[in-house]
Design a protein around this ligand. Structure first.
Ligand code: PNS
Length: 160
């Protein structure tokens, strides 16, 4: 039996950066379907709402026919099981990313058997994160190299 391989790229995406875009594009070339899933965290207010983040993601990777967006709360593995998703895709920028991601990947596999595939970040993006981009933008620094033009515009508008 041939079944479509669905994968998820989960994260906060507050907002999506070109580092995320690179990982999603590469995942979309490997799997039949990729869902970019925004984690809803009721304890952490983001700069953008979950719906805004999904819109920005759709603007950045919407040209890929096999990519969609979603939001999830609770355990990622439970949501994956509901959605018939068998693979989690994450980008790795550094050994500290690996140290953070490895126990989560192992825990997720322990819980439901879902596997995590790590894609090494493009060297151009190893120092890029949503939080650093926001911090630099708040201070008036130029972050145009790390965001799509739509995300850059949204960030500038939000920060005033
Ligand atoms: O972009 P982030 O903030 O690094 O993404 C981390 C995220 C949201 C993917 C991760 O924290 C997660 O999967 N959260 C969902 C809750 C969950 O399943 N926690 C147990 C992990 S073993």
């Amino acid at each position: 039996m041939i079944t479509a391989m669905r994968a998820v790229c989960p994260g906060s995406f507050d907002p999506i950066t070109l580092g995320h875009v690179d990982v999603v594009r590469r995942a979309a070339a490997m799997f039949d379907e990729v869902v970019v899933a925004v984690a809803v965290n009721p304890n952490k207010e983001g700069l953008f709402t979950v719906d805004e983040r999904r819109e920005l993601i759709a603007g950045a990777v919407g040209d890929l026919g096999n990519v969609s967006t979603a939001a999830f709360s609770g355990l990622l593995v439970d949501w994956c099981a509901e959605q018939g998703i068998g693979v989690i895709v994450k980008g790795l920028r550094s050994d500290s990313d690996y140290a953070y991601e490895l126990p989560m990947a192992q825990m997720n596999r322990h819980l439901t058997g879902v596997d995590t595939v790590f894609l090494t970040a493009d060297p151009a993006h190893t120092f890029v994160s949503s939080s650093l981009v926001k911090e630099v933008a708040r201070g008036g620094g130029d972050v145009s190299a790390f965001l799509t033009s739509e995300v850059l515009e949204a960030l500038r508008a939000r920060l005033g």
